[in-house]
Write a protein that binds this ligand. Structure first.
Ligand code: ADP
Ligand code: ADP
Ligand code: ZN
Length: 244
């Protein structure tokens, strides 16, 4: 399956991606994590990205699309993936379609929209702490790891992202509403969008996301079984129509 998690910063996309990717056995592609890895390596891309990330602006489309294209072309991504934080505007959405079709991959199966108001995400973001090694998310109000400073999953160091400050968060939300929110209409028109009520606690959101994924996986399996028969039946008719 090819899934996009869409929603404002702090909506819980990264948190929910862990469980979804484990249950579907597909890799998680977080463009934020990929960009932070480049920053940590001190690569040219990382140095360029840093300036944008710290101001809460989007990194230029070309750079982000390049990273995603390289990632999804590799063999371990052929069976599917979950994109978290990408696409973030219409031009990235169109670039994704192109990258998938050039790579001979099917299009997206599902876009899950994490519906949550701005007032709920501000405290989530300012209290968020992240593992430097594996990208796992924690919160100061809930997770012991934010006190011990050690990631429960991989033993990596927990840190406070420099863009998770009140000022930058306000800017990121503005960018989200201006540039990313129009994608809701785009994917709704394509019939790919399903909303989840993401203001509730992690367990409730997780159950709703799980239900959406199960329904989609069920209908995808159903379509895969039926598709060959339908194609075989449709082709002769089409050919005849063209010959006439
Ligand atoms: P996103 O990837 O959408 O930016 P995260 O998954 O990183 O969001 O979540 C942001 C912060 O909010 C993290 O500290 C996470 O632990 C916390 N969080 C995630 N989901 C919920 C939830 N449903 N309720 C409360 N806090 C949450
Ligand atoms: P969050 O889920 O909290 O918004 P991310 O980790 O997804 O945070 O992104 C952090 C920052 O990385 C963004 O504010 C932006 O500067 C940059 N970034 C991540 N993904 C993209 C993208 N698809 N296009 C442009 N910039 C991106
Ligand atoms: Zn970790």
């Amino acid at each position: 399956m090819r899934i996009v998690f869409l929603g404002p910063p702090g909506a819980g996309k990264g948190t929910q991606a862990v469980e979804t990717c484990e249950s579907l056995r597909i890799p998680h592609i977080s463009t934020g994590n990929l960009l932070r890895e480049e920053m940590a390596k001190g690569s040219r891309l990382g140095k360029t990205a840093k300036g944008y990330i710290e101001k809460g602006q989007l990194v230029p489309d070309g750079l982000v699309v390049d990273i995603v294209a390289k990632t999804i072309k590799s063999a371990s991504f052929r069976k599917g993936y979950l994109l978290d934080g990408f696409p973030r505007n219409l031009s990235q959405a169109r670039a994704l379609d192109k990258v998938q079709s050039v790579a001979g991959l099917p299009g997206l199966d599902l876009v899950v929209y994490f519906d949550v108001p701005d007032r709920a995400v501000v405290p989530r973001l300012t209290g968020r702490r992240v593992c430097r090694k594996c990208g796992m998310n924690y919160h100061v109000s809930r997770d012991r790891e934010t006190v011990t400073g050690v990631c429960g999953k991989c033993g990596g160091e927990i840190y406070h992202r420099s863009d998770d400050t009140k000022e930058t968060v306000v800017n990121r939300l503005r960018v989200y509403h201006q540039q990313t929110a129009p994608l809701l209409q785009h994917y709704r028109r394509l019939g790919l969008l399903v909303s989840v009520r993401a203001e509730r606690d992690i367990g409730a959101v997780s159950r709703e996301v799980g239900g959406v994924i199960r329904r989609m996986a069920g209908s995808a399996a159903h379509a895969a079984v039926r598709r060959p028969a339908r194609v075989r039946m449709a082709l002769p008719g089409k050919k005849q129509a063209r010959q006439r």
